[in-house]
Design a protein around this ligand. Structure first.
Ligand SMILES: Cc1ncc(COP(=O)(O)O)c(C=O)c1O
Length: 417
């Protein structure tokens, strides 16, 4: 496993670009993974290779056929990675744009007077889309309040607001502010128990890097990820849509095949990097299990990532050697509580008597990258009810080390002194 095999951790780190230094800053520890994870070196190489190819898809020449084959392979890889035995994957401008497109499609096809349900824990990407298109389509929006103390929304919270006329539902898989993961399968089950035909769209953008994606088990209709947050790069998003969402009339060119979702010429290199990401999970799974089955290896990688990230955040919270953890620093408050089992690789804190932005810049000056979340239109939904104007977000990934966490704890101790 990752936590007791230093050679494996070295091998993992060797696969990522800029793992311990920033091209603009020199050595740095990267705890801003929720803002964009490190990029696989294979993704950088693939991107450069495809950027140089002038050919377009759909032509009768070998280059064009190779491009189409690359896209088809990436879609097949994504189906294994995210365990989707039906439906289809496609690329769009960003995770946000894809959430808007899926939610818009579900809303404008819903019967007038029906309802859209979503939760206050969601990122504005899905909340804004649901509210805007509910309004335009003449639907009522139902808000499921999340629990401020745990930074979570549960199936029981959705159950309390569900009615049979809910036609569209949105679910956040993991929060980039509280750091907590929701039980998507349980929430979807609860929704379907009351409104079986409801279209359910999931924002998986923050969750994807933490492994364990399993669309078949969720029983939902749409799932969006942002590849730069799962070891690929910026410039596009990836969505999975169910066959029943595809069957709804949706934006596309006149007389184009009815099942299509893509707009215009596709970036083959973008798709190709998703195969690199899946190959990486497959490789990691082979290091932590003996399985000969690709999906089983990807699942093993997901479990190893989750367990190791748990260890990293526990170390941050409980301390390391003789270094006090966040829970023992009386000037520090941990959002969502110190012992929250739903935590996914992210710890948000506030320090008494010091604005979060100041803490982030002091850490930055010491080469430790974290991020300030402000109570603005991105994070106000989580911070304002807690009476907070900001917080410091520390987000890890499985390539971070306990030594890096120890350096963070030492720096935070000194900030207080
Ligand atoms: C949960 C969640 N949803 C949506 C977004 C927006 O993603 P993007 O900017 O890639 O569209 C983010 C970005 O941090 C996020 O964490």
């Amino acid at each position: 496993m990752l936590h007791d095999t230093p050679e494996l951790l070295d091998a993992v780190r060797a696969r990522f670009a800029h793992v311990d230094s920033c091209p603009f800053q020199a050595p740095r520890i990267f705890f801003e993974n929720a803002g964009g994870a490190l990029t696989l070196k294979s993704v950088v190489e693939t991107t450069a290779r495809f950027a140089a190819i002038p050919d377009n898809q759909g032509r009768d020449n070998v280059a064009s056929l190779a491009l189409v084959e690359t896209i088809n392979r990436a879609k097949a890889d994504l189906a294994v990675f995210m365990n989707a035995s039906s439906g289809q994957f496609f690329a769009g401008e960003s995770g946000t744009e894809l959430l808007f497109r899926m939610i818009r499609t579900a809303c404008i096809n819903a019967p007038r007077g029906a309802k859209v349900i979503g939760s206050s824990i969601e990122h504005p990407a899905s909340r804004s889309a649901a509210r805007r298109w509910a309004d335009i389509a003449g639907l009522d929006y139902v808000n499921v309040p999340h629990d401020d103390a745990t930074g979570l929304v549960t199936a029981a919270d959705y159950a309390a607001r569900m009615t049979p006329d809910v036609a569209v539902a949105t679910i956040l898989h993991a929060s980039p502010v509280s750091g907590m993961g929701m039980d998507v399968a349980a929430i979807a089950r609860t929704i379907r128990a009351v409104s079986p035909e409801c279209f359910i769209i999931v924002d998986g953008i923050q969750h994807a890097a933490h492994g364990q994606l399993d669309i078949d088990s969720y029983d939902v209709d749409g799932y969006a990820i942002s590849p730069y947050k799962v070891f690929s790069r910026h410039g596009y998003g990836i969505a999975w849509v169910s066959d029943r969402l595809t069957a709804l009339p949706h934006d596309q060119l006149i007389d184009a095949p009815a099942s299509g979702w893509e707009f215009g010429t596709r970036d083959t290199g973008a798709y190709a990097t998703m195969s690199d990401v899946v190959d990486y999970f497959d490789w990691l799974g082979g290091q932590v299990s003996d399985s000969t089955d690709r999906r089983a290896r990807i699942e093993a990688a997901g479990h190893a990532i989750h367990a190791y990230e748990r260890q990293l955040t526990d170390t941050m919270i409980n301390g390391f050697g003789n270094l006090a953890g966040l829970r023992d620093m009386d000037h520090v408050t941990i959002l969502g509580g110190a012992d929250n089992p739903a935590r996914e690789g992210l710890v948000s804190i506030v320090m008494r008597n010091m604005p979060s932005a100041d803490v982030v810049s002091i850490l930055n000056a010491q080469g430790i990258r974290t991020h300030t979340r402000k109570a603005d239109h991105y994070s106000g939904n989580v911070l304002t009810p807690l009476g907070l104007s900001d917080c410091i977000r520390i987000s890890v990934c499985h390539y971070n080390t306990e030594h890096e966490v120890a350096q963070l704890l030492a720096a935070l101790k000194d900030i207080r002194a």
